[in-house]
Design a protein around this ligand. Sequence first.
Ligand code: SER
Ligand code: ZN
Length: 517
Amino acid sequence: MFVRFALTAKLNFNNELSSDAKNSVEKTVTESNTVLFKKGVPKGTQEREIGRITTWSVEENTIYLFIESGTYTRAHDALFRFKKQITTALGKFRLGLRGIEISEYQINLSGEIPDGIRIPNLPFIKSYDLKSNEICLDLKVTAADLENKVPDRLVKLIEEKIQAMSYGGKGEHWDLVFASKPKPKQFTRDPTEEMVNRNWIRHGASRGQWIHGPQSVQLFRAFEQIVIEKIIRPLGFSEMIFPKLTPWEVWKRSGHAKGVYPEIYYVCTPKTRDPTFWEDVGDFFKVTGEVPIDMIREKMDGPIGGLCYAQCPSFWPFIQGETLATASLPIKVFDRSGTSHRYESGGIHGIERVDEFHRIEIVWLGTAEQTVELADKLHEAYHQVFEEILELEWRCARVTPWFMAQEGMIDTGKAPQNIDTCACDCGKRVGTTDYEAYLPYSDSWLEFQNVSINGDKYPKGFNVKIQNNEPCWSGCSGVGLERWTAAFLAQKGLDIEAWPDKIVKLVGEPNEIFKFL
Ligand code: SER
Ligand code: ZN
C-alpha cells in the first residue's frame, strides 16, 4: 500500500508581512525542504516519500502552504515543524502567529483494495473516491485534529480493514501444544440438561444467566479450592478485588474500546437522583404493571462503560502511572470477586456459553523473563491438576491472543509488534494458550481456561514502569468456573460414584435442600 498526504494550510499572522519578512519565509521554506523535513529520515529514502512544501505564497497577513508527502515527515508533521521554525523567524519582525487553518487535506492510498471495503463513517471525512486500486479521502480537519494525528490513525484504520478483509475467512489461528491421552467415555449426555433435571441449576430471569443451586456451587467451590491450593498459593499469588463496572477510561487503555461494542452489557447512570425526576416512572409502573423503558432511557446519562468483560483490565488503574521497585517483582495477584458479562446473543449454550459467568482471574507482571517464567510455572501446575486431580481428557493450543480477538483485530499468525525488546527469545512467547476439554456429548472441544503472555501491552496502555527502565511485561490467566464444571461433568457425569476420589472429598455429598411438590 502506498500512502500520500497533501494539505493546504493558511498561517495567519497578526500583521501584514513586509518584504523582509517574505524573504525570511522563502529562506525558511528552502531550509525546511532541504534540512528540517529530512531530519530522522533514513538515508536513501526517495524524495517523494518525504514531506516538502511544493507551493507557497504570502498575501497580507497570511502564508499559504501546499505540502505533500509520502510516509516520511508526513504533510502534517512537516507543517508543525515549519510552524515552529517560522514563528521564531518572523518573531524578529514582531509578527505573531494567530492561527492555522487547514483548507484542504487529502490522503491517497493505492494498492489492492478489496471489494466491499467500508470507508469509515467519520465526521473528518468530507468525501471519498473508492476504486479497485485506490482510495482518495478528502478530509475536513482542524490543526488540532492534525496534532491529534487523525490522518495517521485514519490510514492505520483503513489499512487494518484492508488487512482484515484479505485475511478474512482464514479464521483464528490454532496450534496444538499438548494433548492428554484419551479417556474412556463415562458419560455422553449434555451435562447442563442433567443438572437442570436434578435441580442443581435453574435459568435466571435474565438471558444467558443461571441460578446455581447448592450442588452446583459445591462443585464451583471445590474447583476454586483446587486452584487456590495447587496453583495460586504455591506460586505465591495474593488476592485482590478488581472493580466489576468498567468505565471507558479503562477500556480506552486496554484496547477494548477498539471493538468490544457488540458484546458489552452497557451501564448507565440516572441524570439525577432527585426522586421527583423519577416519580413518573414509578407511577407508570404502579398503574400499568409495566416498566416504561423509553421513559427511563430519556432520564439516563451515559453509558459510562459496561459490566466486567475481561476481568483483568480493571486491575491496572491500581498501578497506573507508577514505577515498581525491582524488589516487588514479579507482582502476582488474582481476583475472584464477581461475575463477568458478555452479550453472547445467539451463542448461548448450556452453562458453558452464557452472558453471566464466574471466573478466577490471575494476573502477574515483571520483566519479560519473569513474565514468561510464571506463565510456564502456571502451565506446569495446570497440567498436574488436569492430569492428576480432575483426570480430564484435555489439550492446549496456541491461539489468537485474547486481547487481539477482543479488540476485533485479526490474527495474521505473527506475534504482535514491539515485543522484541529483550535479549532472550521472549518475544515469540507473547500470546494466548487456550485449554480445551473434550465434550463426549457433542464430540467437540470446550475452551475452559487460558494462559496469556500479554507482552508490554498493559504496562504501556496504563503507563506502568519498572525500576531501571527495563521493559515491563504482564500476563493473565482466566479460570472459568462454569467451563470447568461443564468440562468435568460432561466427561464424568453427575453421579459422584464415578468421580475421582480427590474431587469427591472436596465436593462432599450433593446438598439437596429443595424438595419441589
Ligand atoms: N482476560 C483474559 C480474557 O478475557 C483472561 O481471562 O480472556
Ligand atoms: Zn486477563
